[in-house]
Design a protein around this ligand. Sequence first.
Ligand SMILES: [Zn+2]
Length: 192
Amino acid sequence: MDIPDFRTGSGRISLDFIRTLRWRGSDEEVEELDSPQALRAWAAQLGPYAPNADIPVPPPRLLRTARETREAVYLLLKAARSTSAADCPPEARTLLNNVASAPTPRPVLDKQGGLSHVAADPVAALLSLIARDALELATSPLVARVRDCAGPNCGAWFLDTSRPGTRRWCSMDRCGNQAKKSTWRAKQATYE
Ligand SMILES: [Zn+2]
């Protein structure tokens, strides 16, 4: 089974989560959460759990909830970015409030002083964390700092936490680097 190369680095877990539907609304739209195994892999990669944590493959019902939660997060943040969280569609608001009512991963301190997170149902707990993150972001002044990545083939949203508020790419190592490379290539072409 092919597990996609999930993208990270948008600055909030809710923003990383909505990009698992890549190129949303376009002809090239790609569903990265196309199986319970993919959802499990996303939770292992982006969740707060230890690298060797036991994360069971979620049932198909939870995969459905995950995708519904993701689309509700998208609708909420879209409303908050353009007008206000008050314009979040009621179904999305109800769903997010419900998902957020579940327990989130809880921190555990080990004897070496390391902190990890555990949950009875790791995937459901992560969805709750994502819903809470989106609800908080959508109602915070920070939502004005959610931007579209300037990468031509990206379409991701990210939180600009730079002091001057001039960050342009969802990640420096991917989109930012690509932009630098093409500027460099353009320069080389001019000199040739
Ligand atoms: Zn990007």
